[in-house]
Design a protein around this ligand. Structure first.
Ligand code: CP
Length: 335
Protein backbone atom coordinates (compact mmCIF):
# COMPACT_ATOMS: atom_id res chain seq x y z
CA UNK A 1 0.00 0.00 0.00
CA UNK A 2 1.50 3.34 -1.13
CA UNK A 3 -1.09 5.95 -0.04
CA UNK A 4 -4.53 6.08 1.57
CA UNK A 5 -6.55 8.60 -0.42
CA UNK A 6 -9.86 7.05 -1.46
CA UNK A 7 -11.68 3.76 -0.75
CA UNK A 8 -12.12 3.47 -4.53
CA UNK A 9 -8.37 2.74 -4.81
CA UNK A 10 -9.00 -0.60 -3.04
CA UNK A 11 -11.12 -3.68 -3.62
CA UNK A 12 -13.85 -4.54 -1.10
CA UNK A 13 -11.68 -7.49 -0.06
CA UNK A 14 -8.71 -5.19 0.62
CA UNK A 15 -10.93 -2.91 2.74
CA UNK A 16 -12.26 -5.91 4.67
CA UNK A 17 -8.65 -6.93 5.36
CA UNK A 18 -7.84 -3.41 6.62
CA UNK A 19 -10.91 -3.48 8.89
CA UNK A 20 -9.87 -6.91 10.13
CA UNK A 21 -6.35 -5.59 10.88
CA UNK A 22 -7.93 -2.67 12.77
CA UNK A 23 -9.83 -5.19 14.90
CA UNK A 24 -6.66 -7.20 15.51
CA UNK A 25 -4.75 -4.10 16.63
CA UNK A 26 -7.64 -3.26 18.97
CA UNK A 27 -7.69 -6.74 20.54
CA UNK A 28 -3.91 -7.35 20.48
CA UNK A 29 -1.96 -4.09 20.77
CA UNK A 30 1.44 -3.88 19.00
CA UNK A 31 3.22 -1.03 20.83
CA UNK A 32 6.53 -1.78 19.02
CA UNK A 33 5.23 -1.96 15.45
CA UNK A 34 6.55 1.42 14.27
CA UNK A 35 9.68 2.27 16.31
CA UNK A 36 11.34 5.49 15.19
CA UNK A 37 8.67 6.22 12.57
CA UNK A 38 7.34 9.78 12.36
CA UNK A 39 3.93 10.84 11.03
CA UNK A 40 3.41 14.45 9.90
CA UNK A 41 -0.16 15.78 10.22
CA UNK A 42 -0.98 18.87 8.16
CA UNK A 43 -4.31 20.50 8.99
CA UNK A 44 -5.47 23.34 6.76
CA UNK A 45 -8.79 23.20 8.64
CA UNK A 46 -9.77 22.48 12.27
CA UNK A 47 -10.21 19.02 13.80
CA UNK A 48 -10.80 17.27 17.09
CA UNK A 49 -11.11 13.52 16.29
CA UNK A 50 -8.80 13.27 13.28
CA UNK A 51 -5.96 15.09 15.01
CA UNK A 52 -6.27 13.28 18.35
CA UNK A 53 -6.93 9.81 16.89
CA UNK A 54 -3.95 9.94 14.51
CA UNK A 55 -1.60 11.11 17.26
CA UNK A 56 -2.93 8.54 19.74
CA UNK A 57 -2.85 5.76 17.14
CA UNK A 58 0.73 6.53 16.09
CA UNK A 59 1.83 6.57 19.76
CA UNK A 60 0.08 3.24 20.42
CA UNK A 61 2.09 1.69 17.55
CA UNK A 62 5.39 2.98 18.98
CA UNK A 63 5.86 5.89 16.58
CA UNK A 64 5.55 9.64 17.01
CA UNK A 65 3.92 12.53 15.19
CA UNK A 66 4.02 16.28 14.65
CA UNK A 67 1.12 18.59 13.83
CA UNK A 68 0.92 21.60 11.53
CA UNK A 69 -2.37 23.37 12.20
CA UNK A 70 -4.23 26.60 11.36
CA UNK A 71 -3.02 29.49 13.47
CA UNK A 72 0.24 27.81 14.48
CA UNK A 73 1.81 27.66 11.03
CA UNK A 74 2.10 29.65 7.80
CA UNK A 75 -1.03 29.69 5.70
CA UNK A 76 -0.34 27.61 2.61
CA UNK A 77 -1.03 28.50 -1.04
CA UNK A 78 -1.69 25.59 -3.41
CA UNK A 79 -2.66 27.29 -6.69
CA UNK A 80 -0.05 27.43 -9.44
CA UNK A 81 1.15 30.72 -10.84
CA UNK A 82 -0.74 33.13 -8.55
CA UNK A 83 1.18 36.10 -7.05
CA UNK A 84 1.28 35.40 -3.30
CA UNK A 85 0.11 38.82 -2.12
CA UNK A 86 -2.60 37.52 0.26
CA UNK A 87 -2.61 35.64 3.61
CA UNK A 88 -0.58 32.66 2.39
CA UNK A 89 3.13 33.07 3.15
CA UNK A 90 4.28 29.66 1.92
CA UNK A 91 3.46 27.46 -1.08
CA UNK A 92 2.80 23.73 -0.88
CA UNK A 93 5.54 23.26 -3.49
CA UNK A 94 8.07 24.04 -0.76
CA UNK A 95 6.08 23.08 2.35
CA UNK A 96 5.20 19.50 1.35
CA UNK A 97 8.74 18.37 0.34
CA UNK A 98 10.12 20.05 3.49
CA UNK A 99 7.62 18.31 5.80
CA UNK A 100 8.07 15.01 3.94
CA UNK A 101 11.82 15.23 4.62
CA UNK A 102 11.02 15.09 8.37
CA UNK A 103 8.38 12.34 8.22
CA UNK A 104 7.81 8.76 7.04
CA UNK A 105 4.20 9.54 6.05
CA UNK A 106 2.08 12.70 5.76
CA UNK A 107 -1.60 13.15 6.50
CA UNK A 108 -3.29 16.20 4.95
CA UNK A 109 -6.67 17.82 5.68
CA UNK A 110 -7.92 20.37 3.13
CA UNK A 111 -11.65 21.04 2.99
CA UNK A 112 -13.65 22.14 -0.04
CA UNK A 113 -13.66 25.83 -0.94
CA UNK A 114 -17.47 25.62 -1.16
CA UNK A 115 -17.77 28.22 -3.95
CA UNK A 116 -17.37 26.28 -7.19
CA UNK A 117 -18.70 22.70 -7.27
CA UNK A 118 -16.78 21.65 -10.36
CA UNK A 119 -13.54 22.94 -8.87
CA UNK A 120 -14.19 21.15 -5.56
CA UNK A 121 -15.06 17.88 -7.34
CA UNK A 122 -11.58 18.08 -8.91
CA UNK A 123 -9.91 17.96 -5.45
CA UNK A 124 -7.66 20.99 -6.19
CA UNK A 125 -5.47 20.83 -3.06
CA UNK A 126 -4.78 17.10 -3.25
CA UNK A 127 -4.19 17.38 -6.98
CA UNK A 128 -1.55 20.05 -6.28
CA UNK A 129 0.08 18.08 -3.45
CA UNK A 130 0.07 14.53 -4.73
CA UNK A 131 3.12 14.71 -6.99
CA UNK A 132 5.10 16.70 -4.41
CA UNK A 133 5.04 14.10 -1.63
CA UNK A 134 7.73 11.40 -1.77
CA UNK A 135 6.37 9.60 1.32
CA UNK A 136 2.96 7.87 1.76
CA UNK A 137 0.10 10.36 1.75
CA UNK A 138 -3.09 10.00 3.81
CA UNK A 139 -6.32 11.87 3.07
CA UNK A 140 -7.53 13.22 6.44
CA UNK A 141 -10.54 14.83 4.65
CA UNK A 142 -10.41 16.52 1.30
CA UNK A 143 -12.99 18.48 -0.69
CA UNK A 144 -15.26 15.49 -1.41
CA UNK A 145 -13.65 12.57 0.41
CA UNK A 146 -13.08 11.40 3.98
CA UNK A 147 -11.78 7.82 3.60
CA UNK A 148 -10.52 7.56 7.22
CA UNK A 149 -14.03 8.28 8.51
CA UNK A 150 -15.48 5.80 6.02
CA UNK A 151 -13.05 3.06 7.08
CA UNK A 152 -13.93 3.61 10.75
CA UNK A 153 -17.65 3.55 9.90
CA UNK A 154 -17.23 0.23 8.06
CA UNK A 155 -15.53 -1.20 11.17
CA UNK A 156 -18.29 0.19 13.39
CA UNK A 157 -20.95 -1.62 11.36
CA UNK A 158 -18.89 -4.83 11.45
CA UNK A 159 -18.54 -4.46 15.24
CA UNK A 160 -22.34 -4.08 15.46
CA UNK A 161 -22.88 -7.04 13.10
CA UNK A 162 -24.95 -4.81 10.82
CA UNK A 163 -25.85 -6.87 7.75
CA UNK A 164 -23.66 -6.15 4.71
CA UNK A 165 -25.50 -7.76 1.78
CA UNK A 166 -29.14 -6.85 2.36
CA UNK A 167 -28.36 -4.30 5.06
CA UNK A 168 -30.30 -1.05 4.63
CA UNK A 169 -28.26 2.14 5.06
CA UNK A 170 -30.07 5.49 5.10
CA UNK A 171 -27.83 8.49 4.57
CA UNK A 172 -30.06 11.36 5.64
CA UNK A 173 -29.50 15.04 5.00
CA UNK A 174 -30.02 16.89 8.29
CA UNK A 175 -30.80 20.40 9.37
CA UNK A 176 -27.81 22.76 9.90
CA UNK A 177 -27.37 26.54 9.91
CA UNK A 178 -24.65 26.51 7.24
CA UNK A 179 -23.74 24.71 4.01
CA UNK A 180 -21.25 21.95 4.83
CA UNK A 181 -18.90 20.03 2.51
CA UNK A 182 -19.86 16.83 0.71
CA UNK A 183 -16.83 14.84 1.91
CA UNK A 184 -18.47 12.84 4.71
CA UNK A 185 -21.83 12.10 3.05
CA UNK A 186 -20.14 11.14 -0.23
CA UNK A 187 -17.70 8.81 1.56
CA UNK A 188 -20.37 7.29 3.83
CA UNK A 189 -22.58 6.40 0.85
CA UNK A 190 -19.59 5.07 -1.10
CA UNK A 191 -18.48 2.96 1.87
CA UNK A 192 -21.91 1.44 2.52
CA UNK A 193 -22.42 0.65 -1.18
CA UNK A 194 -18.96 -0.97 -1.32
CA UNK A 195 -19.85 -2.97 1.80
CA UNK A 196 -22.75 -4.41 -0.21
CA UNK A 197 -25.59 -2.48 1.42
CA UNK A 198 -28.84 -1.07 0.04
CA UNK A 199 -28.01 2.66 0.27
CA UNK A 200 -30.86 5.15 0.36
CA UNK A 201 -29.93 8.82 0.13
CA UNK A 202 -32.69 10.79 1.83
CA UNK A 203 -32.51 14.52 1.11
CA UNK A 204 -34.83 17.46 0.42
CA UNK A 205 -35.24 18.86 -3.11
CA UNK A 206 -32.25 21.03 -3.99
CA UNK A 207 -29.80 18.84 -2.04
CA UNK A 208 -29.39 16.02 -4.59
CA UNK A 209 -25.99 14.35 -4.76
CA UNK A 210 -23.93 15.86 -7.64
CA UNK A 211 -23.72 13.53 -10.66
CA UNK A 212 -19.99 12.67 -10.30
CA UNK A 213 -20.49 11.75 -6.63
CA UNK A 214 -23.53 9.63 -7.45
CA UNK A 215 -21.40 7.92 -10.13
CA UNK A 216 -18.75 7.21 -7.46
CA UNK A 217 -21.37 5.62 -5.18
CA UNK A 218 -22.78 3.57 -8.06
CA UNK A 219 -19.29 2.36 -8.97
CA UNK A 220 -18.75 1.33 -5.33
CA UNK A 221 -22.09 -0.53 -5.38
CA UNK A 222 -21.02 -2.33 -8.56
CA UNK A 223 -17.76 -3.52 -6.96
CA UNK A 224 -19.33 -4.45 -3.62
CA UNK A 225 -22.72 -5.81 -4.64
CA UNK A 226 -24.73 -2.97 -3.08
CA UNK A 227 -27.30 -0.61 -4.56
CA UNK A 228 -28.14 3.09 -4.30
CA UNK A 229 -31.32 5.14 -4.62
CA UNK A 230 -32.10 8.78 -3.82
CA UNK A 231 -35.41 10.08 -2.48
CA UNK A 232 -37.05 12.93 -0.57
CA UNK A 233 -39.68 10.59 0.95
CA UNK A 234 -38.72 9.76 4.52
CA UNK A 235 -41.17 6.90 5.18
CA UNK A 236 -40.02 5.13 2.03
CA UNK A 237 -36.32 5.56 2.85
CA UNK A 238 -36.69 4.51 6.49
CA UNK A 239 -38.60 1.31 5.73
CA UNK A 240 -36.61 -1.55 7.28
CA UNK A 241 -33.50 0.63 7.80
CA UNK A 242 -30.64 -0.89 9.82
CA UNK A 243 -28.62 2.35 9.99
CA UNK A 244 -29.55 6.01 9.83
CA UNK A 245 -26.42 8.06 9.13
CA UNK A 246 -27.22 11.76 9.49
CA UNK A 247 -25.13 14.49 7.85
CA UNK A 248 -25.82 17.91 6.47
CA UNK A 249 -24.36 19.24 3.24
CA UNK A 250 -24.72 22.38 1.18
CA UNK A 251 -27.35 22.65 -1.52
CA UNK A 252 -25.97 21.31 -4.77
CA UNK A 253 -28.49 23.40 -6.70
CA UNK A 254 -27.27 26.60 -4.97
CA UNK A 255 -23.61 25.62 -4.48
CA UNK A 256 -21.59 28.72 -3.61
CA UNK A 257 -24.74 30.87 -3.45
CA UNK A 258 -25.06 31.51 0.30
CA UNK A 259 -28.31 33.51 0.06
CA UNK A 260 -30.12 30.90 -2.04
CA UNK A 261 -28.79 28.07 0.12
CA UNK A 262 -30.15 29.86 3.22
CA UNK A 263 -33.50 30.38 1.51
CA UNK A 264 -33.75 26.66 0.72
CA UNK A 265 -32.74 25.46 4.20
CA UNK A 266 -34.97 27.97 6.05
CA UNK A 267 -37.96 25.73 5.26
CA UNK A 268 -36.23 22.51 6.41
CA UNK A 269 -36.39 22.69 10.21
CA UNK A 270 -38.23 19.35 10.31
CA UNK A 271 -35.03 17.67 9.10
CA UNK A 272 -33.78 17.36 12.69
CA UNK A 273 -33.48 13.60 13.33
CA UNK A 274 -35.82 12.59 16.15
CA UNK A 275 -37.13 9.33 17.57
CA UNK A 276 -40.36 9.47 15.51
CA UNK A 277 -38.29 9.02 12.35
CA UNK A 278 -37.46 5.43 13.34
CA UNK A 279 -41.07 4.10 13.26
CA UNK A 280 -40.76 2.30 9.89
CA UNK A 281 -37.14 1.20 10.55
CA UNK A 282 -35.84 -2.18 11.70
CA UNK A 283 -36.32 -2.39 15.51
CA UNK A 284 -32.53 -2.55 15.97
CA UNK A 285 -31.84 0.45 13.73
CA UNK A 286 -28.83 2.47 14.93
CA UNK A 287 -28.04 6.16 14.60
CA UNK A 288 -24.63 7.18 13.24
CA UNK A 289 -22.93 10.57 12.78
CA UNK A 290 -19.26 11.40 12.20
CA UNK A 291 -19.23 14.25 14.79
CA UNK A 292 -19.01 17.11 15.54
CA UNK A 293 -22.79 17.40 15.72
CA UNK A 294 -25.13 20.27 16.63
CA UNK A 295 -27.71 19.12 19.19
CA UNK A 296 -31.37 19.97 18.61
CA UNK A 297 -30.42 21.06 15.09
CA UNK A 298 -28.99 17.99 13.32
CA UNK A 299 -30.41 15.51 15.88
CA UNK A 300 -32.26 15.62 19.18
CA UNK A 301 -30.34 14.91 22.39
CA UNK A 302 -32.85 12.10 22.98
CA UNK A 303 -31.60 10.20 19.90
CA UNK A 304 -27.95 11.25 20.30
CA UNK A 305 -27.77 9.97 23.88
CA UNK A 306 -30.33 7.20 23.43
CA UNK A 307 -29.88 3.46 22.91
CA UNK A 308 -29.68 3.76 19.10
CA UNK A 309 -26.69 6.08 19.08
CA UNK A 310 -23.28 4.68 18.08
CA UNK A 311 -21.45 7.99 17.62
CA UNK A 312 -18.86 7.40 20.36
CA UNK A 313 -18.00 3.94 18.97
CA UNK A 314 -17.60 5.52 15.52
CA UNK A 315 -15.19 8.12 16.89
CA UNK A 316 -13.24 5.47 18.85
CA UNK A 317 -12.92 3.36 15.71
CA UNK A 318 -11.23 6.26 13.93
CA UNK A 319 -8.13 5.43 15.94
CA UNK A 320 -8.10 1.68 15.19
CA UNK A 321 -8.95 2.16 11.51
CA UNK A 322 -6.11 4.67 11.09
CA UNK A 323 -3.72 2.43 13.03
CA UNK A 324 -4.41 -0.25 10.42
CA UNK A 325 -3.65 2.25 7.64
CA UNK A 326 -0.41 3.33 9.32
CA UNK A 327 0.60 -0.29 9.92
CA UNK A 328 0.07 -1.14 6.24
CA UNK A 329 1.90 1.98 5.06
CA UNK A 330 4.84 1.87 7.44
CA UNK A 331 5.29 -1.58 9.00
CA UNK A 332 4.69 -3.64 5.87
CA UNK A 333 6.69 -1.72 3.24
CA UNK A 334 6.58 -3.01 -0.28
CA UNK A 335 3.36 -5.09 -0.29
N1 CP B 1 -15.28 13.31 12.03
C1 CP B 1 -14.19 14.10 11.98
O1 CP B 1 -13.42 14.07 11.00
O2 CP B 1 -14.00 14.84 13.09
P1 CP B 1 -12.98 16.07 13.20
O3 CP B 1 -13.42 17.09 12.18
O4 CP B 1 -13.11 16.55 14.61
O5 CP B 1 -11.60 15.58 12.90
Amino acid sequence: MKDFLDLADFTPTAIRELVSLAGRLERRPEPSALPGKVLGLVFMNPSLRTLASFQAGMARLGGSSFVISPGSSWKLEYRAGVPMTGDAAEHVREAIPVLASYADALGIRAFAGGQDLENDLGEPVFSAIRGLCPVPLINMESAVNHPCQALADWKTMDDLRTPAQGGRFVLSWANHPRPLPLAVPASAAQMAAMRGMDVRILRPPGFEFPGPIMDRVKAAAATGGGSVTETARREEAMDGAHVVYAKSWGSTRAYGDAAEDQRLRAALAEWTVEEDWFGPADPGCVFMHCLPVRREVVVTSEVLEGPRSRVILQARNRMYAQMAVLYRLLAEKGD
